[in-house]
Design a protein around this ligand. Structure first.
Ligand code: AMP
Length: 253
């Protein structure tokens, strides 16, 4: 018998992955004004996984939560249009660091009591890869990170993890924390009727104070810089010239 449980999926609003990132002229961070924002791609995979578990009869409800500005409601609506049941917006003004996100999520977990929390393995804006691990530490739940397969059993979950050079399978007691890797699934697109239906689904509004969390940053960003540009290439006329350049100029052979 599968447990009748709720699945919680934290979804972050980030700069769309197709956008070429620009740095603010004063180097203080990434330019966000008038930039297309979307759901973090790994969170789409996490939502998809939660929906598949529900469709397989392993879960009763999929709740999505986003911590961010009012516009993060759009990210929640996207998840609701994919099929999630309801949303929670924890409204904040500025960026929130992973530790504060994890503390807020701990509060949401205490309130909602999910059997499984499925996060993305990392948010593609800051590439922190910390929130799921921190949430596991704060709640005392087991963690299965970089998941490429999730099998929910009776009171436990088996998570196959993508580790260096292979796959590792761990069994965790429920409630557990899972973070989704790229190969877990291919997220669905929301259909038009589901986008319409999502407009009527409930989104509760909260603040970090509701969970007793201070979101003041603990880290100071000293500077943000663009990656160095690539140098122009050269065409070689023969294999011997290539070998000579690799030897004399590149120093790789
Ligand atoms: P990170 O540790 O920042 O790389 O993020 C890992 C995962 O934590 C993301 O894929 C999301 O599932 C979740 N997460 C991080 N920040 C937020 C946020 N502000 N709101 C909701 N979920 C978040």
């Amino acid at each position: 018998m599968a447990p009748l449980m709720k699945i919680l999926v934290p979804v972050k609003r980030v700069v769309d992955y197709n956008i070429k990132i620009r740095i603010k002229s004063d180097g203080s961070g990434v330019e966000l004004a008038n930039v297309k924002m979307s759901m973090n791609p790994f969170d789409e995979i996490a939502v998809e996984e939660a929906l598949r578990q529900k469709e397989a009869g392993k879960a009763t409800e999929v709740v999505v939560v986003s911590i961010g500005p009012q516009q993060a409601t759009e990210t929640l609506r996207t998840a609701l249009a994919m099929g999630a049941d309801r949303g929670i917006l924890v409204k904040t003004d500025g960026p929130v660091e992973p530790l504060a996100v994890a503390k807020i999520l701990k509060g949401v977990v205490a309130e909602e009591g999910p059997g499984l929390v499925i996060l993305g393995k990392q948010a593609i804006d800051d590439d922190s890869n910390q929130t799921g691990q921190m949430l596991a530490a704060l709640t005392g739940a087991g963690q299965g990170t970089f998941a490429s397969k999730v099998v929910v059993g009776d009171g436990s979950v088996e998570v196959t993890r993508e580790v260096d050079g292979g796959l590792q399978t761990v069994r965790l007691k429920l409630p557990a924390i899972v973070t989704a890797d790229l190969r877990l699934n291919e997220p669905r697109y929301a259909s038009l009727p589901n986008i319409m239906k999502a407009k009527k689904k409930p989104i509760a509004e909260k603040t970090p104070a509701d969970y007793g969390v201070d979101v003041a940053p603990r880290l100071k960003v000293l500077k943000t810089t663009e990656p160095g540009g690539r140098k122009a290439g050269v065409k070689v006329k023969s294999v011997s010239e290539l070998v000579q350049k690799l030897h004399d100029e590149a120093g790789v052979i």
